[in-house]
Design a protein around this ligand. Structure first.
Ligand code: FBP
Ligand code: MN
Length: 332
């Protein structure tokens, strides 16, 4: 019997539940490699697992943020077509293991991450650095701005929050390039939470300051991670701005070739991830918002996922117990 494939416009709400499987599966595969010091193996396991599940999704997807350009990445490369073809045309941004080093060292906040949006609505960011600033929801528009100094932003944020500056905590990637930034922040009296890696989690944490203790994210990190974080903030609320840090003519050429018209411009999170956006992240290692994958003695596997949609603002926390391991391709 011939099967007619319906081509729908827009995102189907069923995808919100379906993408959970994609990050769950990648997270379980990566979690097997936690603490083993092998970043490559952990990443590869996550990539393989994510790709298999992604190809079952009812979408006609194009990877716009992925494992790299086609010549560097055999799988989930930028431009790869994913999904089973029976569904809407969508952009897919993914990081099967965000924080490979964190996972290899078994430290907090490594995630399996995906974002899906209508075709053409995610910024096709090249793998270069992006300057970022992000705060949570509930502040007046324009409270912070990438073009203001750290002191100006922190003072304005404290005022808007109604607390003294020394009650503000700023999340920053622990890198030598951030030495001056860290100093400037500390001079204001604010506290700094230094993270070793994982700024997708770092940015998302600003959306829940009461739980994570983080009020604002500052500094530079990967541009692909910036787009993923922007997709998440579209769903949680909050404000984010990013600007590509073009450090050579070849990077400029790459950004232009990827279709970014104004490569020097400041982008808001709404411009980096437009329209209706779905976002899911599953914890690989334990983190501030999501628990890592658990392998119980009984054989059960437990995963912790957050999945959200921008058009509805619904945020679901899905703790799943998996009894059937056949889908995870685990040894033994
Ligand atoms: O380590 P760098 O060069 O400062 O890059 C920062 C980027 O690396 C990460 O910490 C981890 O990236 P991976 O997922 O590639 O391991 C990102 O979260 C961040 O955006
Ligand atoms: Mn990453």
């Amino acid at each position: 019997m011939a099967i007619t494939v319906e081509k729908k416009a827009g995102l189907d709400r069923i995808l919100t539940m379906e993408i959970v499987r994609v990050t769950e599966r990648a997270a379980v595969a990566a979690a097997r490699w936690r603490g083993r010091g092998d970043e490559r193996a952990a990443d590869q396991a996550a990539v393989d697992a994510m790709r298999k599940e992604l190809n079952r999704l009812p979408i006609q997807g194009t990877v716009v943020i992925g494992e790299g350009e086609r010549d560097q990445a055999p799988m989930l490369f930028i431009g790869e077509t994913v999904g089973n073809g029976a569904g809407p045309q969508v952009d897919v941004a993914l990081d099967p293991l965000e924080g490979t080093t964190i996972c290899a060292k078994n430290q907090p906040n490594s995630l399996a991450v995906i974002a899906i949006a209508e075709a053409g609505s995610l910024l096709n960011a090249p793998d270069i650095y992006m300057q970022k600033i992000a705060i949570g929801p509930g502040y007046p528009p324009g409270t912070v701005d990438l073009d203001r100094s750290p002191a100006e932003n922190i003072t304005a944020l404290a005022k808007a929050k109604g607390v003294p500056v020394n009650e503000i905590t700023v999340c920053i990637l622990d890198r030598p390039r951030h030495a001056a930034l860290i100093e400037a922040v500390r001079e204001t009296g604010a506290a700094v939470r230094l993270i070793g890696d994982g700024d997708v989690a770092g940015v998302i944490h600003v959306a829940n300051p009461d739980e994570t203790g983080i009020d604002i994210y500052l500094g530079s990190g990967g541009a692909p991670e910036g787009v993923l974080a922007a997709a998440a903030l579209r769903c949680t609320g909050g404000e984010m701005q990013g600007r590509l840090m073009i450090q050579s003519e070849s990077q400029r050429a790459r950004a232009l070739a990827m279709g970014i018209k104004d490569v020097d411009r400041k982008y808001t999170h709404r411009e980096m991830a437009r329209g209706d956006v779905l976002f899911a992240a599953t914890g690989v290692t334990d983190g501030n918002l999501l628990a890592g994958v658990r392998f119980a003695r009984s054989g059960e596997i437990t995963t912790d996922t957050v999945v959200m949609r921008s058009s509805t603002g619904t945020i679901r926390w899905i703790k799943a117990t998996h009894r059937d391991h056949s889908k995870f391709d685990l040894p033994g």
